[in-house]
Write a protein that binds this ligand. Structure first.
Ligand SMILES: *Cc1c(COP(=O)(O)O)cnc(C)c1O
Length: 377
């Protein structure tokens, strides 16, 4: 219908009509139980706009997980901020002790918390630390759309949350991003940044027009809107999200159970409060050398199983270690993070895999690991 109408731009509507983007934003805000939502061009774009909207200025320090994807430190840099990298723990979450220390010592006023690969840290602890140091929390929920901590949706803890809808995330329009928030000024700035010209009054999941009175003069337009075609692709997927989350977790439990029987591979236990959505699985080959890990990845690939290794010192494909982001000023040395990443393997769980496929994938991974382990011995 959108293609037939020819009206693909979000503001190209006829009298009284809500565009697909307007409707998607209303539906996403409702899903999140938040007052406001904004759809935009990508997850990385949402993160950049969120940084600006909460007030990150040139030279401001922003705490951020050292284990995350490149668009996260990239968004901080894009806003003029300086990432302060925080260690990852053996549970693949941000290390709370290091966070508390760096919150104290750096004087940073912002935390961009990335729920990397869907691992949700103890949110009660994070919020307590940030409250103590008057730190604004921005959540990167690229892998936690639909997930919860202790019953509360991921993305509703901080001041603003960002999501990605590119192909490998929980709903997929090829490219796309969301911001959600309850803060009217933050959302008004995000809407202006996203390229709303003076059409912000058309936004429905948005604060009242009065909130824009001053903001509209002060907020640069960084065009990055979502179009109606993508919104039309996303709306039915959002309705189906909870069912899809269950399908991911069912597949995860199958692979997890097989890998847990392996003597050489390890999956850290996850706390009961973490109601994750496992669109990927992480496990460690603890104590293995680089050579052994590479042999495992190669042998798995020969048997058709694509594993990613986050410990490689040369960045490859989607994966990169924090120390490959050379633009970060005063790059810290984080031996604990490097230690945890050095044995961390990762596999996506596409829903096109049947439950039988997942059983087989788990078995192949274990067989390959045993075989490499035996060679070494
Ligand atoms: C995918 C992803 C993003 C944003 O990605 P885009 O490709 O810009 O949509 C942000 N953080 C993490 C952890 C991601 O995996």
């Amino acid at each position: 219908e959108v293609m037939k109408s020819g009206r693909l731009h979000r503001y190209n509507t006829v009298e009284g009509e809500l565009s697909e983007v307007d409707q998607l934003e209303l539906e996403f805000a409702e899903y999140m139980g938040q007052k406001y939502a904004l759809a935009c061009s990508s997850g990385g774009y949402a993160l950049h706009v969120a940084m600006r909207a909460v007030g990150v200025k040139k030279g401001d320090l922003v705490l951020c997980n050292a284990f995350t994807l490149a668009p996260v430190p990239g968004a901080i840099h894009n806003a003029g901020g300086v990432p302060v990298l925080v260690d990852v723990g053996e549970d693949f979450c941000i290390d709370l002790e290091d966070l508390a220390t760096k919150a104290q010592d750096s004087g940073a006023r912002f935390l961009l918390l990335s729920h990397m690969r869907g691992h949700i840290v103890d949110m009660d602890e994070v919020m307590a630390i940030c409250k103590r140091h008057d730190i604004i929390v921005i959540e990167d929920c690229a892998h936690t759309m639909g997930a919860r901590w202790n019953g509360q949706l991921s993305g509703t803890f901080g001041e603003v949350a960002c999501f990605s809808m590119q192909t490998y995330k929980h709903i997929n329009s090829g490219e796309g991003g969301f911001l959600s928030s309850n803060n009217p000024e933050v959302m008004a700035r995000a809407i202006m940044h996203s390229g709303s010209y003076m059409l912000f009054g058309k936004h429905k999941a948005a604060p009242d027009e009065e909130v824009f009175a001053q903001i509209k003069y002060e907020t640069p337009n960084y065009s990055g809107r979502m179009d109606s075609l993508r919104a039309a692709i996303l709306r039915p997927q959002l309705k189906d999200l909870n069912r899809q989350c269950e399908r991911w977790n069912k597949r995860y439990r199958i692979i997890e159970q097989v890998i847990n029987q392996s003597r050489v591979l390890n999956i850290p236990a996850r706390p009961a409060q973490e109601q994750f959505v496992a669109s990927s699985i992480q496990f460690s080959a603890l104590g293995w050398s680089e050579q052994k890990i590479c042999a495992l990845v190669d042998l798995a690939a020969q048997r058709g199983v694509v594993l990613k290794w986050f410990g490689a010192d040369t960045p490859e494909g989607y994966t990169s270690r924090y120390d490959s982001w050379h633009y970060i000023e005063k790059m810290p040395h984080l031996p604990r993070t490097e230690h945890h990443l050095s044995s961390l393997l990762d596999m996506r769980i596409p829903l096109t895999f049947s439950e039988e496929d997942c059983q087989l994938l788990g078995e192949i991974i274990c067989e390959v690991a045993e075989e490499i382990n035996a060679q070494e011995a």
